[in-house]
Design a binder for this molecule. Structure first.
Ligand code: ADP
Ligand code: ASP
Ligand code: MG
Length: 440
């Protein structure tokens, strides 16, 4: 029988009501044997995610050495879930152990991981499934990156002996055995790791929307759902800010070609979005697949006459960024201009020194740093087959009176990236969406 791996995000695990829905989804299909969960998320707009409460706890531990007041909020959330589920489970003992563990381990990452740990303990009790701790099967290497080989071997060896299991998402162990987390949203990666290890027929990622939308539903009301998406398109869209799925989720699945199905826990009858290794775009009909974006970038513009004939100009600029441990996103260039886009967070506290060093090293005619830049990616394999995508994109932006500060089209013909001012971000996304998806 085929195996399905199912991952439930924070909203799905937020309270007893949603956990009952999770349980119904799992129990309605015998193939759904391996389950990955997030920590309880927001129950309403102004609620706080358990992971954020845990980060506050860890912060408080560093400041005052006493987390009792902060940890009380976490205790009451989990105690309410257990009592509302009418579960016969000694959550008090587990919570006390976790509180002690936070004092002993003292790291941000350990504290942050406990939301997933507790969530998985509770769901495994409720379902009557085995609990497998992620720290025993997910491993990071000495560089802090996922050790895919070791993780896959151990996960496969442990899970192949079991009929079922619930595994907490978001964390694993480093080379010393200490708990380490992925970046935010990382439970999606754990789900992909498990799907690969058990050779699942599909990795179902259950969340709070009806699939991957053509753009961010927080910006455009009720955007169209994408029915099928390729791995490459997913990578571009999720890296560029479509945070419905963590951008690293496809790596474990790539070699086995396992599809991802994004589904809605609150509308399980909706078929969601299928993410496949490849899709035949010629049949798809649409010019683009989706739009995503991120704010808070900085643009370093460098101008120098005859720059193009100066050997090693770009290398010298990039070497300076490397020295300051700044990674860059894009580097479009003209005849006498070079533009480097970096996240503002990368430049924090270093911008003056970096600009000075570049000025000193390459002696430009003009150098300028502009903050408050947003990047918007318009993505789709379709643009390789049909001309006119760029024309439509720029018409949309110019009709909306938006000034484009940079353009970058990758060689893949899968993606056109434009930079606009942060303040124009939402307006630009709406304009592009309307142009491609609302007009005939
Ligand atoms: P989970 O807790 O289930 O992992 P997330 O909050 O991480 O859920 O991701 C789902 C959210 O992603 C949605 O509620 C939506 O607001 C946001 N989102 C951003 N871009 C998109 C998109 N293109 N399609 C769908 N959802 C998106
Ligand atoms: N709970 C973690 C977060 O909020 C991980 C996840 O939900 O995937 O980032
Ligand atoms: Mg998520």
């Amino acid at each position: 029988m085929d195996i399905k791996v199912v991952k439930f995000g924070g909203t799905s695990m937020a309270d007893a009501e949603s956990i009952k829905k999770v349980c119904n989804i799992i129990k309605s299909d015998k193939q759904r044997r391996f389950v990955v969960v997030s920590a309880p998320g927001k129950r309403s707009g102004d609620d706080i995610k358990v992971t954020d409460l845990l980060y506050s706890c860890a912060h408080e531990l560093q400041i005052s050495g006493d987390i009792s007041e902060y940890f009380q909020k976490i205790k009451s959330r989990f105690k309410k879930i257990v009592s509302d589920l009418k579960l016969n489970f000694d959550i008090d003992t587990v919570l006390n152990e976790v509180e002690k563990g936070i004092y002993v381990n003292r790291t941000m990452e350990y504290a942050a991981s406990r939301g997933e740990y507790l969530s998985a303990r509770i769901l495994s009790e409720y379902l009557g499934y085995n609990f497998i701790d992620a720290k025993d099967i997910v491993f990071f290497n000495e560089k802090g990156q996922l050790d895919e080989e070791k993780t896959n071997a151990k996960t496969a060896a442990v899970l192949c002996n079991l009929d079922n299991a619930v595994v907490p998402g978001f964390y694993g162990a480093d080379i010393t055995g200490t708990v380490k987390t992925f970046s935010r949203g990382g439970s999606d990666v754990t789900g992909a790791i498990i799907a690969k290890a058990v050779n699942a027929s599909v990795y179902e990622n259950w969340t709070d929307v009806n699939g991957f939308m053509c753009t961010d539903p927080r910006i455009v009301k009720n955007p169209k759902r994408i029915e099928k998406l390729s791995y490459k398109e997913l990578r571009e869209l999720s890296y560029m800010g479509a945070n419905v799925l963590h951008p690293e989720s496809i790596f474990p699945l790539k070699s086995a070609g396992i599809p991802i199905n994004i589904r809605n826990t609150f509308e399980p009858e909706n078929s969601g979005t299928m993410i496949l290794p490849e899709i035949n775009e010629k049949d798809n009909g649409s010019l683009i697949t989706g739009i995503a974006g991120k704010k808070n970038f900085a643009l370093i513009s460098i101008e120098k006459s005859m720059m193009n004939s100066e050997l090693g100009f770009a290398r010298k600029v990039l070497t300076i960024l490397e020295e300051y441990e700044i990674s860059f996103e894009h580097m479009p260039s003209g005849i006498d201009t070079l533009c480097v886009i970096v996240a503002e967070s990368e430049l924090m506290g270093k911008s003056d020194a970096v600009i000075q060093k570049i000025t000193h090293t390459v002696n430009p005619d003009h150098i300028e740093l502009t903050n408050g830049i947003a990047l918007i990616a318009t993505v789709g394999h379709g643009m390789a087959f049909k001309p006119g995508t760029a024309a439509k994109l720029f018409k949309a932006l110019s009709d909306a009176d938006i000034n484009v500060k940079m353009i970058d089209q990758g060689s893949s013909e899968l993606n056109i990236i434009v930079a606009v001012a942060d303040v124009d971000y939402e307006k630009a996304i709406e304009a592009i969406y309307n142009q491609f998806f609302m007009q005939k």
